[in-house]
Write a protein that binds this ligand. Structure first.
Ligand code: NAP
Ligand code: G4F
Length: 343
């Protein structure tokens, strides 16, 4: 019989890749959909046509209990979150509710549907396995480089602080109730499906528009920030592997390669034969109240225990994103011209 998976955040970058990956592995997959007439539902349906949906919101405990109860999943992947770090300063309470308390609500939904009492210390066989989308933002002002599972947390944003709560409460449910609960401490991962507000996609889209003569300038914040950027398609394989082990544990996932925002800009502009210095301007308002300067993963545990390794290198990733945006912008421009009758 095929396994059943419930994925929150299915309309996001990772959710869409994970749904495709699980369907490819023969799973039946349900995506949790929030809101009335969520416009991103049809987009993910186009990418993964066999995907089913169930209503729910990480802000609403009863909806999560109903979703878990109706799907009866073998595995729950909690990818739902407000994932854009800068939004977490002006909307700190909301981000804490969704990204922190939302994890607790999903764990509680699993505990209740599984019939685990709060005084029980061992979960029964056939339990629901849980994956939490933790983040390298928890390391923040990192105590050591590279960062591994044991590196101290020093979050630098309300987003990072909420993710740290989600991380610890996941571990706590594992230790308290014997739940198979895993935290994937993932470093930045990107793709052509990345939201346009994140720096790699902001760059790839701007490069495409500048190359096609639709834009002149790209305003960015801190060009010196260093990240460990990988490809989202590689990272969802790691999420799945984490739930297939004999015992649950936490894993750092990243490439171990460091690049600055300036490197990302240079690679992207160079790919289309342009000099970034002619187009990039620094906008002080895009610099964050507290920055995470350097992130770099030590994924040795995942490589040894899960047999996981990334396949796409950073320059290839940036090229993939620029090429996809060149195609998309050209298509949209043609459509716009057709509608205006000028083509
Ligand atoms: P994303 O593209 O921004 O997607 C976020 C998803 O969360 C969307 O599907 C959104 O659905 C959903 N969501 C937001 N609020 C919700 C709520 N109240 N209830 C239920 N769902 C809600 O993010 P991503 O890049 O795929 O990241 C997936 C997860 O990994 C997130 O938890 C993120 O924090 C974490 N993470 C990401 C990275 C990375 O580099 N990408 C690294 C480490 C950790 P709607 O369509 O309803 O808005
Ligand atoms: O692309 P970013 O916005 O990603 P950030 O803040 O690292 O967060 C992403 O990765 C986390 C994992 O480490 C996830 F948990 C989180 O959900 C999200 O997916 O910014 C990357 C860097 C930052 O240092 C930022 O200051 O790029 C710098 N940057 C410079 N100019 C910019 C810009 N970031 C954005 N978004 N826009 C700019 O114009």
């Amino acid at each position: 019989m095929s396994k059943r998976a419930l994925v929150t955040g299915v309309t996001g970058q990772d959710g869409s890749y994970l749904a495709e990956h699980l369907l490819g592995q023969g799973y039946q997959v349900w995506g949790l959909i929030r809101g009335q007439a969520n416009p991103r539902k049809s987009r993910v349906s186009r990418l993964a046509s066999e995907l089913d949906f169930v209503d729910g919101d990480l802000m609403d405990q009863a909806s999560l209990v109903a979703a878990v109860d109706s799907v009866q999943p073998d595995e729950v992947y909690n990818l739902g979150a407000i994932s854009f770090v800068p939004l977490s300063w002006p909307q700190a309470e909301l981000v804490t509710e969704v990204n922190g308390m939302g994890v607790l609500r999903m764990l509680e939904a699993i505990r209740m549907v599984s019939g685990l009492s709060t005084s029980r210390t061992a979960a029964p066989d056939g339990q629901i396995r849980f994956y939490q989308a933790s983040s390298s933002e928890m390391f923040g002002k990192a105590a050591e480089t590279p960062q591994r599972e044991t590196t101290l947390f020093h979050p630098r944003s309300p987003y990072g602080a909420a993710k740290a709560y989600g991380h610890y409460i996941t571990r706590n449910y594992r230790e308290s109730f014997g739940m198979y609960a895993v935290s994937g401490m993932l470093f930045n991962h990107e793709s052509p499906r990345r939201g346009q507000e994140f720096v790699t996609r902001k760059i790839s889209l701007a490069v495409a528009r500048i190359k096609l003569g639709l834009q002149q300038e790209l305003a960015l914040g801190n060009l010196d920030a260093v990240r460990d950027w990988g490809y989202a398609g590689d990272y969802v394989r790691a999420m799945h592997l984490m739930l297939q082990q004999e015992e649950s544990d936490d894993y750092v996932i990243g490439t171990g390669q460091m690049h600055s925002v300036r490197d990302a800009v240079a690679i992207a502009f160079d790919h289309v034969g342009l000099d970034w210095r002619d187009h990039v301007v620094v906008a002080p308002e895009l610099v964050r109240p507290a920055e995470v300067e350097v992130l770099c993963a030590d994924s040795a545990r995942a490589q040894v225990r899960l047999g996981w390794k990334p396949e796409v290198e950073f320059p290839e990733l940036m090229h993939m994103m620029v090429d996809a945006d060149l195609e998309q912008v050209a298509r949209e421009t043609r459509m716009g011209e057709l509608l205006a009758g000028t083509w």
